[in-house]
Design a protein around this ligand. Structure first.
Ligand code: ADP
Length: 485
């Protein structure tokens, strides 16, 4: 076994405490699996409103609240409190930076002062480690929210005895959100550093800073790692990423198979596994019933569960679903679960109204219904414009629903066309429709091959255990780099 490391893990989202997307799943799962490899991982995130509320109500298993952290911003010590808890089912400590003015708000993000809120959180996490006299070997920071910790470490931190020689890994989960600020943010943090070409005069780009200052950089799939180095996929930072090409690693997110298991999932109407595929029929029936669709076992049931966002390819979806439900590939049913942009909600509601007997649209967030959809649908659509890793296709595969995906980012690395699902390359209605037709053809006429595709997906290993091993390797490289290796 590799030598145990002390890892300070900074993520703005950590399941079950705070989640808006895939970042939260990673924040909740990866520390647990690093701990299982023997590492001393400690997680820090802000004490958002829901967390403070649970603490005062005695819920959530928080163990203590201490005051007295003094976080140096604008040349003065600004006080913050610290709540302490554990990642459920583990002994991994989780610390929450409590500062009412900054974090006691209804939402996690979306405020004018977001860059200052997360700069404060990042700086406070470092002050906390010093207060605990716990010097990590490495800081693992995720997305722009915790990038200020990396910048501080690489600049002011190198002049401090405590932090000198500490390595860092910066993980990009979604390059579309970069955290832009004015130069004043560096005055706030007490940093003097030169500007980067990517930032523009007088501006700070926290994502760019994380990439620039970290010992090593990673992102959540090998294909996304290559895509973000191209002008088309780099969101303005491709030059900087190419400059660091040698230091950028792609590691696929895992799926927590303890949680995502169709043989034990209580949210399903019928439990099953790869050896008992026929049991799935009970879920399909329950889903058709829930969706108000005719309970017909042999009609292909196509589904989607997604945030309704530009990223997710919803403009292609509208055309293709209309074609599908007009009988373009024979009989079919479609169920969608999603919430988000009003224009897409409107489009889906309209389609569902038009194809009343074949389609149902649930325009909400519903984790239980999502499971029934994964476990009861035959095909699962993800026509994403871009997809750093993607969780939906991993869950769908695990639950025996064949994914039909656009070949981008993590979808390339996880779905093999004709083997574990179906994929298409060009972002066009024609290419999407072609892949969906191919999938439905196999479903209708070649049941043994169809079941082979289901079984391949269900038994593939996208576990966190495997991902944690890869992170462990990258940590070792980062430490070697700090030692001049
Ligand atoms: P992203 O993080 O970009 O939203 P992912 O595919 O990585 O995309 O993760 C999406 C996760 O959120 C999946 O677990 C999916 O089931 C879940 N999800 C998305 N929308 C909904 C919804 N409306 N109801 C329930 N679960 C949802």
């Amino acid at each position: 076994m590799a030598a145990p490391l002390k890892i300070l893990f900074l993520s703005a989202e950590v399941v079950p405490f705070a989640k808006s997307g895939g970042l939260g799943d990673v924040g909740g799962a990866l520390p647990k699996f690093l701990r299982a490899l023997g590492h001393d991982v400690r997680v820090v995130l802000p004490a958002y409103r829901a967390i403070e509320t649970d603490f005062y109500a005695g819920r959530g298993g928080y163990t203590a609240r201490t005051e007295g952290l003094l976080v140096p911003v604008r040349g003065q010590g600004r006080p913050a409190g610290v709540l302490e808890g554990r990642l459920p089912g583990t002994d991994v400590p989780v610390y929450f930076i409590a500062e009412r003015n900054l974090f006691d708000r209804p939402e996690l993000y979306g405020y004018d002062d977001d860059v200052y809120r997360f700069a404060f959180y990042s700086r406070a996490a470092l002050v906390l480690a010093e207060a605990l006299d716990w010097r990590p070997d490495l800081i693992h920071a995720h997305d722009w929210h915790s990038a200020p910790a990396i910048t501080w470490l690489a600049t002011a931190g190198q002049a401090s005895g405590f932090w000198r020689g500490v390595a860092s890994l910066f993980t990009i989960h979604n390059l579309a959100h970069q955290g832009r600020a004015g130069w004043d943010l560096f005055s706030y943090l007490g940093l003097t550093t030169h500007g980067l070409a990517e930032e523009g005069y007088g501006a700070v780009n926290l994502m760019a800073r994380g990439i620039y200052h970290a010992t090593l950089v990673s992102t959540v799939s090998p294909t996304y790692a290559r895509e973000i180095m191209t002008p088309a996929g780099g969101a303005g930072l491709d030059g900087l990423l190419r400059h660091r090409a040698y230091d950028v690693h792609g590691i696929l997110n895992g799926l927590d198979y303890g949680v995502w298991n169709p043989a034990t999932d209580r949210r399903l109407a019928a439990r099953f596994d790869a050896a008992r595929l026929e049991e799935r029929a009970g879920n399909k029936r329950a889903l058709q019933e829930r969706a108000g669709l005719p309970a017909r076992p042999s009609v292909p049931l196509v589904a989607m569960v997604s945030r309704l966002d530009w990223q997710k390819g919803l403009d292609l979806l509208g055309h293709v679903v209309h074609l599908l439900l007009n009988g373009g590939a024979g009989e079919a049913q479609f169920v969608v679960l999603g919430s988000g942009a009003a224009e897409y909600e409107g489009m889906l509601a309209q389609l569902a109204g038009y194809h009343r007997d074949r389609m149902a649209a649930f325009l909400t967030y519903d984790a239980d219904l999502a499971q029934l959809i994964y476990g009861g649908s035959d095909l699962f659509l993800m026509p994403s414009r871009f997809e750093p890793c993607g969780l939906g296709q991993l869950i769908a595969m695990r639950y025996g629903s064949a994914p039909v995906v656009r070949a981008t980012g993590g979808l390339v690395d996880t779905v093999q066309d004709g083997v574990s699902g179906f994929s298409f390359a060009d972002y066009t209605t024609g290419a999407f429709w072609d892949a969906l037709q191919r999938a439905i053809y196999v479903y209708n006429v070649d049941r043994p091959r169809w079941q082979g595709i289901q079984r391949t997906g269900m038994t593939a290993d996208y576990s966190w255990g495997r991902a944690a091993q890869s992170y462990q390797q990258v940590y070792a490289w980062a430490l070697a780099r700090m030692r001049g290796g």
